[in-house]
Design a protein around this ligand. Structure first.
Ligand code: M6R
Length: 602
């Protein structure tokens, strides 16, 4: 995901921009660039690949005295990762950086091209700078030209613009993508998150959607649809680790709360009004493919299991799931009409990587679903879809699972759409549900508080069974994995209908059953399975939108119109329950014993 840094002041601008961009590296990027205006001098540098390449290119460049500057790390959406497509984008005399997607860029570009404007890149961003320069020909001020420009943009953006028409001012606007402003005396900083400006700015203002304005030495003006507005700066912590946790106690907690936001990033540019777009895959990507095999480990394996239901049900494609460490040694039968998908948060998991290499040796086409661009698994695959979760620090994976599952849901719909196995009406219903997912992932204070109180009843016992049916079975597996990773208590995920084939023998009051009881999928069947356990005195914690009389503890969910919305909402409940139990037990939530974030050994 793109990252933005801006700086206005007298300090060395190149270093501020490059250090700031370094702090945003975790968002993933494939090119980077900076632009600086000092007096009438305008300097610009761009490089593809890692920031070291940009550092190398700028090693003999130093800024002096007062100036304005913007920098950007680009994660390609429109157009390949090339220097021409890297930001900042240049008009005739202005530069712009942008994070987000300008949805109406094609119409704007056509309009500008018809007037003779030449475009150098394939990006949506370049339209902003040309539109600005067009507006600047007729507007009464540079600010008015900037305002007119952003009023014509549809979509999501955080953007900074500098221009030789006004060499001491940075223009900014935010709508749908994150941006904040840092202050320290007359120095002004802009960034996509606060880590680039910690230690530099002392105060911060987090811009709201619809806000725009400009900064110049000693002047900062903020506007929204109602005109100029006042705003309150807040003190910025000097502690980077604390800031990285955004006030949460643990990275895992922060990452659970982030899910609602990052899932929108996962969908951005892919889930459109009535169609699914996956620019990462060429138009003939599924030619000759009749089945899919997915290989992964741990949490990623659970998202794969969820995908098997979605791919068969929505895309009508046969789908097998394999644990990578098993797949490697089973002499699998592989046929070239099978698409081999690997799922990995880190992109470095040794077993998954080796499974991918085996599939490639057997001549299979490969696709990876991964959170880390340029990781080994991404590099090894024919194509990759990035999950865009942002860096995940908690060893117990949360937002990676949510975003992987979203990508797989998108993929199932995309295959169905391309192979025409899904009707327009079903596609529309699925897309509507997808667009509601961010809401289903919101953590409310009431929910968190309830799970905090409930957790004290689950600190003992001889084990937990998480049970569910259909896609709620892999969710049960994932819920159990979360709990055992950070509580060190035994927990198992089980298909609810299987309990009576053995595990029910364990049922007594000290067996805790976490029952996932969605309304929109097999509710009555699930209810019968839970009743069987309750009849044997198992302690039941039911998670459902429908009240359930036999529950010892009951967590009522809200979203009952679509199984995937119920899935995501219940996922949050299981994550928070595990977190609160672990906290009460005094465990290290972010770094549980014996575990590593990335398992790069067999
Ligand atoms: O990076 P990967 O997704 O390939 O990692 C796979 C597993 O090691 C990982 O999901 C692990 O199970 C997590 N600790 C789960 O919380």
């Amino acid at each position: 995901m793109c990252g933005i840094v801006g700086y206005l002041g007298k300090n060395e601008k190149k270093e501020i921009l490059l250090d700031g961009l370094q702090e945003l590296e975790y968002r993933g990027y494939d090119s980077a660039g900076i632009a600086v205006i000092e007096g009438k001098n305008l300097n610009q540098f761009k490089a593809i690949g890692k920031l070291e390449n940009l550092r190398e290119k700028t090693k003999n460049y130093q800024t002096k005295g007062f100036g304005i500057s913007i920098g950007h790390t680009r994660w390609a959406t429109h157009g390949k990762p090339t220097e021409l497509n890297a930001h900042p984008h240049l008009g005739d005399y202005s530069y712009v950086v942008h994070n987000g997607i300008i949805e109406n860029y094609q119409a704007l570009k056509a309009e500008l091209q018809a007037e003779g404007v030449k475009f150098l890149s394939q990006t949506d961003t370049e339209t902003i700078v040309h539109l600005f320069e067009k507006e600047n020909k007729t507007s009464k001020s540079v600010f008015q030209a900037f305002k007119n420009t952003i009023e014509r943009l549809d979509g999501a953006y955080a953007t900074l613009l500098i221009t030789q028409a006004d060499t001491d001012t940075i223009y900014f606007a935010k709508h749908g993508s994150p941006m904040l402003v840092g202050f320290n005396g007359d120095d002004v900083y802009f960034a996509s998150s606060d880590t680039p400006i910690i230690g530099k700015a002392t105060e911060v203002y987090y811009l709201e959607d619809g806000e725009y304005g400009y900064a110049k030495e000693g002047v900062f003006k903020l506007f929204d649809a109602n005109g100029e507005k006042t705003f309150k700066k807040q003190a910025l912590t000097a502690d980077k680790v604390l800031a990285q946790k955004d006030g949460y106690r643990f990275f895992m907690e922060k990452e659970i709360y982030e899910q609602s936001r990052v899932i929108s990033e996962t969908m951005m540019g892919r889930v459109l009004d009535d169609t699914i777009a996956l620019d990462e895959l060429g138009s003939d990507f599924f030619e000759g493919i009749n089945s899919v095999k997915i290989c992964a480990c741990g949490t990623s394996y659970h998202s794969a299991l969820t995908a098997a239901y979605l791919l068969e049900r929505l895309a009508k494609v046969r789908c097998d799931i394999e644990i990578a460490s098993e797949f490697r040694y089973k002499d699998p039968l592989l046929t070239p009409d099978t698409l081999f998908i690997t799922i990995s948060q880190s992109g470095e998991t040794a077993d998954t990587l080796e499974a991918l290499k085996m599939a490639k040796r057997a001549g299979l086409k490969s696709l990876s679903i991964c959170n880390v661009d340029n990781s080994s698994i991404v590099r090894e695959s024919d194509a990759a879809i990035l999950t865009r979760a942002g860096i995940e620090k908690g060893v117990a994976s949360t937002k990676a699972f949510a975003t992987q599952t979203m990508v797989l849901w998108i993929l199932a719909l995309y295959i169905g759409q391309e192979k025409k196995t899904i009707s327009k009406d079903v596609l529309k219903t699925e897309i509507d549900a997808m667009l509601h997912t961010p809401k289903a992932l919101v953590v409310t204070d009431t929910l968190h508080e309830k799970l905090h109180r409930l957790s004290k009843r689950y600190l003992h016992g001889h084990g937990f069974f998480f049970i569910g049916r259909d896609i709620f079975f892999p969710l049960a597996l994932e819920g159990a994995l979360k709990l055992k990773e950070i509580s060190y208590m035994h927990a198992e995920g089980y298909p609810a209908g299987e309990m009576k084939h053995g595990p029910i023998a364990l049922a007594d009051s000290e067996l805790f059953t976490i029952a996932l009881m969605p309304k929109s999928m097999h509710y009555d069947k699930m209810k019968s399975n839970v009743e069987e356990l309750s009849a044997r005195d198992a302690t039941i914690c039911a998670i459902s939108p429908l009240p359930f009389e036999l529950a010892d503890d009951f967590i009522q969910t809200k979203y009952d119109s679509h199984p995937m919305l119920e899935f995501f909402e219940m996922m949050v409940v299981t994550q928070l329950l595990a977190l609160e139990i672990s906290v009460r037990l005094g465990n290290d939530v972010d770094m549980p014993r014996n575990l590593a974030k990335s398992v790069t050994v067999e």
